[in-house]
Design a protein around this ligand. Sequence first.
Ligand SMILES: Cc1cc2nc3c(=O)[nH]c(=O)nc-3n(C[C@H](O)[C@H](O)[C@H](O)COP(=O)(O)OP(=O)(O)OC[C@H]3O[C@@H](n4cnc5c(N)ncnc54)[C@H](O)[C@@H]3O)c2cc1C
Length: 411
Amino acid sequence: MRSLSVKDDALNEVGSRTWDALFVGAGPAGALAALNLARLGHPVLLVDAKEFPRNKVCGGCLNARAQALLAHCGLTDILSQCEATPVDDLQMMHGRRRAKWPLTGTLAVNRAEFDDALVRKAMEFGVHFLSHTSAQVLKDDRGPLRHIQLKRGVHSVVAQAKVVLCADGLSRSSLRSLDGFTSQVDQSSRVGIGAVVEDDGPAHPSGQLTMAVGRHGYVGITRISRQRLNVAASVDAKALASSTPGELVQEILDACGCSAPKSLLQQTWHGTPTLTRSNARLAAHRLFVLGDAAGYVEPFTGEGMSLAMHTSVLSVPFVQAAIAAWEDRLIREWERSLKRKVLFESWSCRQLSRLVRMPRLAALSLEVCRLAPSLPESLSRHINDRPITGLPPMGPASFSADSAPHYRKTG
Ligand SMILES: Cc1cc2nc3c(=O)[nH]c(=O)nc-3n(C[C@H](O)[C@H](O)[C@H](O)COP(=O)(O)OP(=O)(O)OC[C@H]3O[C@@H](n4cnc5c(N)ncnc54)[C@H](O)[C@@H]3O)c2cc1C
């Protein structure tokens, strides 16, 4: 894959301009919102701390809701560009119990390739992208622009934008110097680990998502190509202190009698910060928070990317209104909109994630699912495939701030 790196003097160039919108983080939330803003004609800067394409801890399951959001934005061609493959079955394992049922409308993607395709598409629409550039939102004046420090190796510059969108994932690292933006981390929170593993054996066929639930966490395995498996796990941080990621994943798989990919112990693993956290503030003067940075759903059901993209699409009219003329009501309206339309909807996922942490209840539920497969099927449809309502129209010239009366453009 060709790298999306840029020369260092690009940093000085971005510092000399005033951007309508600056997006921190080029995951699905940041890249999709940046793309939609750019195609409405706004000068948009997107930065990411990592060199692209970058690996990302993720099961790589793109549910039907996430696909519907891409279709809403006219971007379904991205799925063929990153060679997304259908996932037809979910196999759940807990101890020696196992159950299998069909999954509706789910695709497996390699996150490095999916995110890279989205960023490239955003660049085609005019987004100015800097990889390997970390951002820090500066404590602010309440003026007409927001200032952000951008760092690339030893170089640094202060950029300015009418609106800043923080889509920097769980860490919310760009918000560290702002008051009130520290996440409350749940003491018992798990952490994510993941790797793309070379394996062409028959144990994990294409089209099957295997979830193995153990004492110290759960592991998801999907085939993303003939030679490679995506392995992602949510595990107890304490257990990780006494084993390597590969050993811990192997232990969970062994306890379920699930075949471990061949090169598990030799892999380079990536990790995430603690997963369960709550965030009181989701906006401030000329600043909105999106995606995982706004609220995190445990990955068990693959809701993460659809949630991130949902917040991304909802943000566009807010950003347009803020670019036209900032009003403090946008802070309240954004927070209310996120809580009501997105975070509330993830209630069922949170309950499922809690359930898999209670071994007896999880075992009992698995037995019920085995005996009555229509139950998990309809739950999966409810979580992954229910329609998304109330989306602002997207696509070239299809939306303007004036077309949504409650996001009225003033001034
Ligand atoms: C174990 C596990 C399995 C999962 N499985 C699935 C699944 O199967 N399906 C699914 O839909 N979801 C899954 N998820 C969740 C999914 O990965 C996230 O919900 C999704 O990536 C959120 O997208 P985002 O754009 O908000 O953030 P991210 O994708 O995390 O992107 C944030 C970006 O911000 C960048 N960044 C961070 N700080 C800075 C900074 N200061 N300056 C510049 N850049 C910065 C990072 O480099 C990163 O590229 C899983 C998560 C875990 C942990």
